[in-house]
Design a protein around this ligand. Structure first.
Ligand code: URA
Ligand code: SF4
Length: 219
């Protein structure tokens, strides 16, 4: 891919901010080049007055094909873990830092996931900011390093931060500058890291334990 134009998503944001208006508008976004190879944009989904916003990295292979977030293997693991932690799915809005699937090449029918770069996160961040200001969640749960870096900057490491409740940072190190200030933010690993783990049962337990910390803090 040569000479990328990345004007950023801001100019594609609709003036009317509803979940439906965002979904319609993101389909037209050309804020970075990722729209070109992806099937479609995937906007966040869930109740517009959800208490908890769960933020992943980007749509995966299944999400890209189906047009909905967290419908593949990682999403199924997340749904099961949320249930086990006692978090009602009706109170959760699930989204991603980047709305188009980035991949490099294919393995059989599966396209190989490639993490978005900082430039993609920066270009796409107006969508996430719009979602935070629309849903105004009490808490935000960041899944994995890309989501963590979007808020805290590139020095962020999941391992040092997971499973705690933190105030929304006053100085945002990354790209996410919303008007709404959630009561807390928490980080944990990405469910796809649990799926890849050689110690999957233990890592899943730890993931659920992190979600329980969040469950306790919800209204
Ligand atoms: N992984 C993510 O980060 N988001 C999804 O929607 C699916 C998998
Ligand atoms: Fe727009 Fe984000 Fe898609 Fe880039 S990844 S085209 S900024 S929606």
């Amino acid at each position: 891919m040569a000479g990328e134009e990345r004007p950023g998503a801001a100019r594609w944001l609709p003036t009317r901010r509803t979940p439906r208006a965002l979904r319609t508008a993101v389909a037209e976004c050309r804020g970075c080049e990722l729209y070109r190879d992806a099937t479609q944009a995937v906007m966040g989904e869930g109740s517009a007055d959800a208490d908890l916003m769960v933020v992943g990295e980007q749509p995966g292979d299944q999400e890209d094909r189906q047009g909905h977030p967290f419908v593949g293997p990682a999403g199924r693991l997340l749904a099961g873990a949320l249930e086990e932690a006692g978090i009602d799915p009706a109170r959760v809005y699930r989204t991603n830092v980047v709305k188009h699937f980035r991949f490099s090449g294919t393995r059989g029918k599966q396209r190989i996931h490639r993490s978005p770069s900082r430039a993609h996160v920066l270009a796409c961040s107006p969508w996430l900011v719009a979602e935070i200001d629309l849903v105004r969640p009490t808490g935000v749960l960041l899944l994995g390093g890309t989501a963590g870096a979007a808020l805290y900057g590139s020095a962020f490491r999941v391992g040092e931060s997971r499973g705690r409740l933190e105030p929304w940072p006053e100085e945002v190190g990354g790209e996410v500058r919303s008007e709404h200030v959630p009561d807390f933010v928490s980080v944990t690993t990405h469910p796809s890291a649990v799926l890849r783990s050689r110690d999957r049962d233990a890592d899943r337990e730890r993931f659920v334990a992190d979600l329980r910390v969040v469950a306790e803090a919800l209204p």
